[in-house]
Design a protein around this ligand. Sequence first.
Ligand code: FBP
Length: 262
Amino acid sequence: MTKLQMQKIMHNEKSLFLAYDQGLEHGPTDFNLNNIDPDYVLKIAENGKYNAIILHHGIAEKYYDKNNAAVPLIVKLNGKTNLFKGDPVSSQVCSIGRAVKLGAEAVGYTIYPGSEFEYKMFKDFSKLIETAHSYGIPVIAWVYPRGKFIKDELSTETIAYAARIGLELGADFVKINYNNDFEGFKWAIKAAGKTKVLVVGGPKLSDKELLQKTYEVMKAGASGLAVGRNVWQHEKPLEMTKALKKIIFDNKSVDEALKILN
Ligand code: FBP
């Protein structure tokens, strides 16, 4: 992957992405009357100067204007609902060609290793990596070990395995969970090798918890965060964005970042 293309979604080798694919993944239950409107979240991404916003193609087509957008776009190429309760499988819902036409600078893809459908997602992902890289487009892999064989998706071993899967399968970024095991996370990041590690925001935390988590993962060597609910469910999303950036890009402490919110 060319450095130039990676730099379009990074700043000083780090990234803060705003994820807004939850409408498909979780349904509208995550949303209130403000953040159910894609324009509201796009404005946060633009005004907060995120390194990219992550959307499914349907929202990208109707709301993202590639000629006037002030924030780069990452199109999520596969997805699933939480209506089906069996072992998870995420189906491709958009092609790379369409993502590029919509203005994508990078694409995202979820893999659930350990699911009985792992083989299918691996197969699709291998084709996708080849095509994306032939277009010069970076690929971000959401790697979430899940399914009946995964006893603890948040164990340090499982998280490090997820990180390594990103490297083994050719992802430019791997998006994984953090379980508050700081030393273990350093090992997980080493496991990802030259694949850059992004951390998931997860369900809404207190300001302090989110900033502490951000501080720890950055200190452990992560390249940034792909965060959703913790920002667009926040009553002051732009202040929270500034606080996250203080830690990610300016190496500030949790207390310094908290001052922005208090
Ligand atoms: P959040 O910061 O809101 O957790 O978003 C990150 C994300 O990876 C989204 O891109 C995705 O929709 C969601 O989490 C998946 O959540 P889950 O862990 O419930 O599958």
